[in-house]
Design a protein around this ligand. Structure first.
Ligand SMILES: *[C@@H]1O[C@H](CO)[C@@H](O)[C@H](O)[C@H]1NC(C)=O
Ligand SMILES: *[C@@H]1O[C@H](CO)[C@@H](O)[C@H](O)[C@H]1NC(C)=O
Length: 360
């Protein structure tokens, strides 16, 4: 998708012209606006590479005050063979956060995917696999003790119907792997906020029930869990990969978040993007802007929604076209690093959400 400067400018002007004349001057900057609303952060997924344009956007403190390393801390990157810990790449991200005084959402400790073969097919019995998990958490979370603002302790433990995913973790250890992982993480880094993270929790359906059950399970063991991350890989129109679904209403989104906060934990959107069928048109981009607006508003409508992370800044590097054929244009900046209408929509949602958000 390539827009001319003038079209992008026209869209941006169109966006602000929609604001009512009595509305207060809109603060420029996503994270600035978010913190003005008393929330904690706006973040982006980050892959450090040689792209000055991308980096300039990430480094703009008015927009961001948090990063999530996209891949560097995953198991295959940090313990590719047993006991062989490789932290060089991961260190760059934690150092980036420290140098920029950004929060860092560390990602992740226990997941079934991007997990090396030695774990998946190691044939470990229950006791040994718990040790393998414990060793990994001790080494990885231990290395960054006091430096990770949040940790995704367990990622994607649920099937779509809300039952446990049949991973090596669940198949070998049973549901006990969840409280055990959180217990180990809280022992290793008591200051980090510990999150359970999953996708498709936004629809307030069976999978949302499952996440609420996981929170209760962990709490029932007397183990600390601070929050639930809603990944929010959403669509602005029905696509093949969405199975015909689209982003629900703001009311449904907020209701799903409140299911977790009613268990006395925080919530955050952790991987927001909003994809569509390509090619993007101006009309589709305006619809997308509205979706971003209601996602932001749904967070602001829930007191314990502490922040939102978008999954990368530019469409140029989005994971979506490679995974979902014919879909994409999901981010706030286009492939030429120009702000899309979605940027203004997201910002508007931060400003308005929780006030007149119900009408969005
Ligand atoms: C550790 O893993 C790295 C990355 O896969 C590899 O290059 C290195 O040879 C491994 N070292 C040992 C001792 O297994
Ligand atoms: C594995 O061991 C843990 C810790 O002793 C226990 O809680 C869990 O139920 C065991 N899982 C299975 C499948 O036996």
């Amino acid at each position: 998708m390539h827009f001319t400067h003038s079209l992008t400018a026209a869209l941006a002007l169109g966006g602000s012209a929609l604001a009512s004349p009595t509305e207060k001057r809109v603060t420029v900057g996503l994270s600035k606006a978010m913190r003005q609303r008393g929330r904690s952060f706006i973040g982006t997924a980050l892959t450090l590479r040689d792209d000055a344009q991308e980096l300039a956007i990430v480094e703009n403190k008015a927009d961001f005050n948090s990063i999530t390393p996209e891949n560097a801390q995953k198991w295959e990157s940090t313990e590719p063979t047993q006991g062989n810990f490789t932290f060089e790449d991961s260190d760059r991200y934690v150092d980036f956060a420290t140098d920029h005084r950004y929060q860092i959402h560390c990602h992740n400790l226990v997941w079934h995917s991007q997990l090396p073969d030695w774990v998946v097919n190691g044939g470990f019995d229950n006791e040994t696999l718990i040790e393998v998990m414990h060793d990994h958490i001790k080494a990885l979370a231990g290395r960054y003790k006091g430096r990770c603002t949040r940790w995704d302790v367990v990622n994607e433990a649920l099937e779509e119907d809300g039952t446990y995913r049949k991973s090596v973790w669940y198949n070998t250890i049973g549901e006990a792997f969840l409280p055990l992982a959180f217990k180990f993480a809280s022992q290793v880094d008591p200051k980090a906020q510990l999150f359970y993270n999953d996708y498709n929790l936004e629809y307030n359906g069976a999978k949302t029930d499952g996440a609420q059950r996981i929170v209760k399970l962990i709490q029932s063991h007397g183990v600390k869990i601070n929050g639930v991350g809603f990944r929010a890989h959403m669509t602005s129109e029905p696509t093949t990969s969405s199975g015909g679904g689209v982003t629900p209403s703001q009311q449904v989104l907020s209701a799903a978040l409140r299911r977790m906060t009613s268990q006395d934990v925080d919530v955050a959107y952790t991987e927001i993007d909003v994809r569509m069928n390509l090619p993007a048109t101006q009309k589709k981009l305006n619809v997308q802007a509205k979706v971003y607006q209601r996602i932001a508003a749904s967070c602001l409508a829930v007191e314990r929604c502490i922040g939102m992370t978008i999954w990368g800044v530019s469409d140029k590097y989005s994971w979506i076209p490679a995974v979902f054929d014919g879909e994409g244009a999901a981010n706030l900046w286009d492939e030429d690093f120009k702000k899309k209408p979605a940027y203004a929509g997201f910002l508007r949602g931060i400003h308005q959400g929780g006030n007149n958000g119900a009408s969005l």
